[in-house]
Design a binder for this molecule. Structure first.
Ligand code: KG4
Ligand code: ZN
Length: 351
């Protein structure tokens, strides 16, 4: 079985082909990713109109390249999977219309994948993980702790009540005059800084619900930065180090709380998994690995090229859904918003 996966929900355009061998184990045949970071950098964030246009310009070529790398033609595929949301609607439409066209012309099943579900299932592509597991999904637009019980079965144990973690990194970077995206820049600057020079808060620490709140931390950092302005390079490094340390503490504390409530909704987890762009962050990865170790769990984080947005995760989620007969027809809509996990007690989202 071989599936084409198309990703255009934000600022990466990607086409990938993922197959499964006779035992059902995944085979990553091609994963072509083109980042638009350069196009958006001047604006300090993603500009939706520019993103949609950039997807149109390169998607066809990326699909051709992915097919060539896999040594396949459209006729060899078993299905076309596409991220149908959540995301910037113009970009989502570009991917979805392309996927529908290929599915129609090639007479292939269409699988409309939730982008967040694809992040959630990536650990099964990379590590063959079994259900259930605890997932920290942290990207520029999302921050959630989710019990992943099966394909289409996701229970939300916590989430952010204001900024997403990646968004907080991006805003701090902007405030300190660092580049976009902010996560890698703040992480790099933090390495040479003193994490204790500024006493930054750890919002929600110790709370019994696994929710996040990051705007207070961001504001505290801004107040400190304004107090000592103009900022020398050392000041920026120390502020980054303080922020990185605070956010790492918060993430570990929230994940610990989610682990505690996991058994009530899903039994014993097989692992703690980190996914989304923020899962590329070294200190957060190391701290989560230590937490998993304490709890006697494996820690799984996808390799860096599969942490950020990519077509391989869409293809894999499509393959998992197709195996269960979960396909879509050509009327499936593009969705700017599309929650994928429900609070405990609510009905699971399957379609
Ligand atoms: O999943 P992703 O590629 O795109 C979506 O938002 O869907 O995540 C991008 C986010 C950005 O906010 C970026 O700053 C953050 O992930 N990020 C990081 C790191 N690398 C990317 N945050 C912290 N540390 C990093 N090393
Ligand atoms: Zn993403």
């Amino acid at each position: 079985m071989n599936i084409l996966g198309i990703e255009t929900t934000c600022d990466e355009t990607s086409a990938a082909i993922v197959g499964a061998n006779e035992d059902g184990a995944p085979v990553l045949r091609a994963n072509e990713v083109l980042s638009q970071i350069a196009e958006h950098a001047a604006y300090g964030g993603v500009v939706p109109e520019i993103a949609a246009r950039a997807h149109v310009e390169v998607l066809d070529r990326l699909i051709e390249r992915a097919l060539a790398k896999a040594g396949m033609r459209l006729a060899d595929l078993d299905g076309i999977a596409v991220a149908a949301g959540p995301g910037l609607i113009g970009g989502v439409l570009v991917g979805l219309v392309t996927a529908k066209t290929l599915a129609l012309v090639g007479r292939k099943p269409l699988i409309a994948v939730n982008h967040l579900e694809a992040h959630a299932l990536t650990a099964r592509l990379t590590d063959g993980l079994s259900f259930p597991y605890l997932l920290l999904l942290a990207s520029g637009g999302h921050t959630q702790l989710v019990a992943v019980k099966g394909v289409g079965q996701y229970v939300r144990l916590g989430g952010t009540i204001d900024d997403a973690i990646g968004e907080a990194f991006d805003k701090v970077a902007k405030l300190l005059g660092l580049g976009y995206p902010g996560g890698p820049e703040v992480e790099r600057m933090a390495e040479s800084g003193d994490p204790e020079r500024f006493a930054l808060p750890r919002p929600m620490l110790g709370r019994r619900e696994a929710d996040f709140s990051l705007s207070g931390l961001k504001t505290a950092l801004r107040v400190e930065a304004e107090r000592i302005a103009p900022l020398a390079e050392r000041d920026v490094a120390d502020l980054c180090a303080g922020f990185q340390a605070a956010i790492t503490d918060v993430v570990v504390d929230r994940a610990r709380v989610a682990l505690r409530s996991f058994a009530d909704v899903a039994g014993h987890p097989t692992a703690l998994v980190a996914a989304g762009g923020v899962a590329a962050n070294g200190p957060i990865r190391r701290a989560l690995a230590a937490l998993a170790g304490e709890a006697g769990l494996a820690f799984v984080a996808p390799p860096l090229d599969l942490c950020g947005d990519n077509g391989a995760m869409i293809a894999w989620a499509g393959l998992e859904r197709l195996r269960l007969g979960l396909v879509d027809d050509l009327t499936v809509p593009a969705r700017a918003r599309w929650p994928f996990a429900e609070r405990p007690g609510a009905a699971a989202v399957t379609g």
